[in-house]
Design a protein around this ligand. Structure first.
Ligand code: DAH
Length: 358
């Protein structure tokens, strides 16, 4: 029986010596496979007498069992070793700094204009533009604000020298002259918004000499105040992302609209904090109204056939409300720390489908 005894020590040594799972498998095949050494010894029992075969059988079965167990425990050890090796190789250092972010930021004004464009484009508006240096006629006269009208004083206008052609010029005090420019060159139906820079000689916590407004103008044959209300409600809820945000129309006066209304949105003020929503208190966000027939006629539009609505609002104001920016003047101080805090990551373009702000 020395053959079985030496085979056993051979095989057990081979099992222990197997350095990885692949060589362990080779050892298994060489012992217990079809042509394995234990298998061969078992085959040889055919020639033995029944008693010898019984004895030999028991011995070989015990050997087979022992080698089998040795293989199994070695497999466990090797598996653990291989896992440990893999974990070590694929280790992630969670203390490494993250990849540097893009440095630049989108200014909240740019972001807000992009959001306005996304919302109004969805309602079928196109974007119109006009120059910052505007004729006195477009900025005031055509909008039904004649010379010496008190509304002119309220605008704190920056007056400029006359144009070479002798035309009186100003830095536009609102985006409303873009209404005039649009109606002069385009026949109804008209549906535009005009975001852009505006200027007034004023500076304190809520006024800067340059600021932004967005104007909206809709002209058609059967446009009425219901359209004005629906459009503004739709806009306010989409922009502030509050589905039940209430709006309120308060009678007001603008020379270029009749009737005119100021628009308030619902809010509450408590402990120096402002929260938008259906809470019973109100906050003004824009001026609006039905375009005055005199304005239509000044642009050559037949006011007995066409009518429409318009509204205008301050972009900084709605951006401050939406993004909790407390001081208007900080918008234009070009402080990089401020921009890093309030700015937006480039390439996150606002869209109604993907969300206006992410
Ligand atoms: N232009 C006005 C202003 O600067 C705002 C405004 C009010 C615009 C009523 C409009 C409007 O189009 O209908 O205060």
């Amino acid at each position: 029986m020395t053959d079985a005894a030496s085979l056993k020590s051979d095989l057990l040594a081979a099992v222990e010596g197997a350095a990885d799972l692949a060589s362990l498998e080779e050892v298994r095949v060489s012992a217990l496979g079809k042509k394995g050494r234990i298998t061969a010894l078992m085959g040889d029992m055919r020639n033995l007498s029944p008693e010898e075969r019984k004895e030999r059988g028991q011995l070989l079965n015990a050997l087979k069992e022992e080698v089998g167990q040795a293989l199994e425990s070695r497999r466990d050890v090797l598996k653990k070793q291989e896992l440990a090796k893999r974990l070590e190789a694929e280790r992630i250092d969670v203390t490494l700094p993250t990849r540097p972010e893009a440095e630049g930021r989108i200014h909240p004004i740019t972001q807000t204009i992009d959001e306005l464009v996304a919302i109004f484009a969805d309602m079928g508006f196109t974007v119109a533009e006009g120059p910052d240096i505007e004729s006195d006629w477009n900025n005031f006269t055509a909008l039904n604000i004649p010379e010496n009208h008190p509304a002119r004083q309220m605008h704190d206008t920056f007056y400029l020298p006359n144009s070479p052609e002798g035309q009186a010029r100003v830095l536009r005090t609102h985006t409303s002259p873009v209404q005039i420019r649009t109606m002069l060159k385009q026949k109804p139906p008209i549906r535009i918004i005009a975001p852009g820079r505006t200027y007034r000689s004023d500076y304190d916590q809520t006024h800067t000499p340059m600021f932004h407004q967005v104007e909206a103008l809709v002209i058609g044959e059967d446009i009425h105040m219901g359209h004005l209300k629906g459009c503004i409600l739709e806009f306010a809820r989409a922009f502030f992302q509050i589905d039940d945000l209430p709006i309120r129309f308060r009678p007001s006066f603008f020379p270029f609209t009749e009737p005119s209304a100021e628009v308030d949105i619902g809010c509450k003020r408590s402990g120096g904090e402002l929260k938008l929503g259906p809470y019973g208190d109100w906050l003004e966000i824009m001026g609006s109204g039905m375009v005055h027939p005199a304005v239509l006629e000044n642009c050559g539009i037949d006011s007995s056939r066409y009518q429409g609505f318009a509204f205008g609002m301050g972009i900084e104001r709605i951006a401050m409300l939406k993004y909790g920016i407390p001081d208007l003047r900080t918008f234009f101080e070009a402080d990089l720390r401020w921009l890093k805090h309030y700015g937006f990551v480039p390439l996150d373009q606002p869209s109604l489908a993907q969300g206006l702000t992410r």
